[in-house]
Design a protein around this ligand. Structure first.
Ligand SMILES: NC(=O)c1ccc[n+]([C@@H]2O[C@H](COP(=O)([O-])OP(=O)(O)OC[C@H]3O[C@@H](n4cnc5c(N)ncnc54)[C@H](O)[C@@H]3O)[C@@H](O)[C@H]2O)c1
Length: 459
């Protein structure tokens, strides 16, 4: 078993790895500069909403394999491996902000134990070429006789599935100059049984950006198709199903709606675009992906504006604030962008989220945050679904309809049951559901029941 220090151990990736590596039997210290998070974690309280995390945290604290600190001098010297999991947010121009990474690398370097071989594992998503940068910063601050290696190990986990994805990775990508260092890191992952791809630093770093750019492209692609469906009277839900049944395409990331958000896709596509720009290339596809993503939110608000005959002084209920279900993360959440545009147009917003209310309160001045979805809808002229939390499917739409002032339900994720909404007396509008428009079927044409030929549960 190894001694492991996880830098950024209070964040999504760092905390996930700290508890997972401890659960695999290693001796783990999570290191974070956020003292309040560290104190909470040592008490067994997770600052993040992630299924399964609190249980694993408690079990491994109790087993004595895991603890948290703010002190590099305590955590780094005894470590065989130092996982770097600090944040790499976007700067205003899309470039990755490497300040957290630089600061952490300098501290790690300064605290390396001379005479011990330490492997630094880069988990943060960093622009191609950053492994050399990290190695340079560590070397600059390290004692002269410290021996260290850097291994690039990009992370592919999904928020809301952090623990699951770390313990069941579909691949482990390792980039290194020294193959023995990559093999040492691969050995940590061996119990998980995932395929391991060992390559050079830059290719490993690029795999992460390419993966996120591809998934973001799939989402923007289906949103472009949704726009066409709206104009041409087709139903993007069925089109998406028909596309997804092709094994070369697959059904995932083909849900039309408000587009992608979160801490990774927008920033990583932006950073890759910026890298291409800096290298004198023209990333036309990546630019279109970002443009379509922004447009999806603008069109949604424009639709609300049109259907309500203006937004000034309208009361609008928003269901879902997190950037997706099963997380409390609001970073780059489409819901927040939608709310900002609603407020700019004079709407009064009442909002609910099952997990993100505490994070939302300081970020949504002027928004009435309610304890329940029903409460948010009461008295509203329109109800907008922004995040597909399963809880919202269980809400009694008839009761909601009777408590609202208006009758508009705008489903930004095509998630609620349109027939049930109509039966409850709500005017249901989805995204890309041109077939639901009153004028969608050409005169005389027969309209088949939607998805009549698709057996449920085929996927
Ligand atoms: N969140 C995801 O779903 C996800 C998935 C894959 C990859 N990534 C990448 O992983 C990295 C981390 O993402 P995250 O979402 O966990 O970020 P996060 O903001 O949740 O966590 C970063 C943590 O680092 C700590 N920190 C900052 N500077 C520090 C320093 N100098 N020393 C010690 N700790 C410091 C912060 O206090 C914070 O707790 C990013 O590069 C991100 O792109 C994230």
């Amino acid at each position: 078993m190894s001694r492991i220090c996880v830098v950024g151990g209070g964040g999504y990736v760092g905390l996930g790895y700290a508890v997972a590596l401890a659960d695999l039997g290693h001796d783990v210290v999570g290191l974070d500069i956020a003292a309040d998070r560290v104190a909470a974690l040592n008490r067994g309280e997770s600052p993040l909403f992630e299924p399964g995390l609190t249980e694993l945290l408690a079990a491994n604290l109790a087993a004595g394999r895991l603890r948290f600190t703010v002190d590099y001098a305590d955590a780094v010297p005894p470590a065989d491996f130092v996982f770097l999991c600090t944040g790499t947010p976007s700067l205003a121009d899309g470039e990755a902000d490497l300040r957290q990474v630089r600061a952490a690398a300098a501290e790690v370097g300064a605290h390396l134990d001379p005479g011990r071989r330490t492997i630094l594992v880069n988990k943060s998503t960093m622009p191609v070429g950053s492994a050399e940068l990290v190695a340079g910063i560590v070397a600059e601050h390290a004692p002269a006789d410290a021996e260290f290696r850097v291994v690039s190990n990009p992370e592919f986990l999904r928020e809301g599935r952090v623990v699951h994805d770390i313990l069941h990775p579909d691949r482990v990508v390792l980039g290194a100059e020294d193959p023995t260092a990559a093999e040492d890191v691969a050995a940590l992952y061996a119990p998980l049984g995932a395929p391991v791809l060992i390559t050079d630093h830059r290719s490993a770093e690029m795999i992460k950006y390419a993966a996120n750019a591809f998934l973001a492209t799939k989402i923007s692609f289906i949103n472009e198709v949704a726009r066409l469906c709206e104009g041409l009277g087709a139903d993007v839900k069925v089109v998406s199903e028909g596309l997804g049944l092709d094994p070369r395409i697959g059904p995932r990331f083909l849900h039309a709606g408000l587009g992608f958000g979160g801490s990774c896709f927008p920033k990583d596509v932006g950073a890759l675009t910026r890298m291409a720009d800096d290298a004198g290339m023209h990333p036309g596809l990546l630019r279109a992906v970002l443009e379509i993503n922004g447009e999806a939110r603008r069109r949604f608000v424009q639709r609300a504006h049109k259907l309500l005959g203006g937004l000034d002084n309208r009361v609008v209920a928003v269901w879902g604030l997190a950037f997706k279900e099963d997380t409390d993360d609001l970073r780059e959440s489409p819901a927040l962008a939608v709310i900002g545009m609603l407020q700019e147009r004079g709407a009064h917003v009442r909002a609910h989220d099952p997990a993100a209310m505490a994070n939302a309160a300081p970020r949504l001045p002027g928004v009435t945050l309610t304890d329940s979805a029903e409460e948010a809808a009461a008295g509203a002229d329109a109800l907008l679904l922004c995040t597909p939390w399963p809880q919202y499917r269980a809400v009694d739409l008839a009761q909601v309809a009777s408590s609202m002032r208006g009758d508009l339900l705008l489903d930004g994720r095509n998630y609620l049951d349109s027939a049930a909404a109509a039966a409850a007396g709500l005017r249901y509008e989805g995204v890309g559901r041109g077939h639901l428009r009153a004028d969608a079927t050409p005169a005389g044409a027969a309209r088949l029941p939607v998805a009549a030929s698709h057996a449920a549960g085929r996927r």
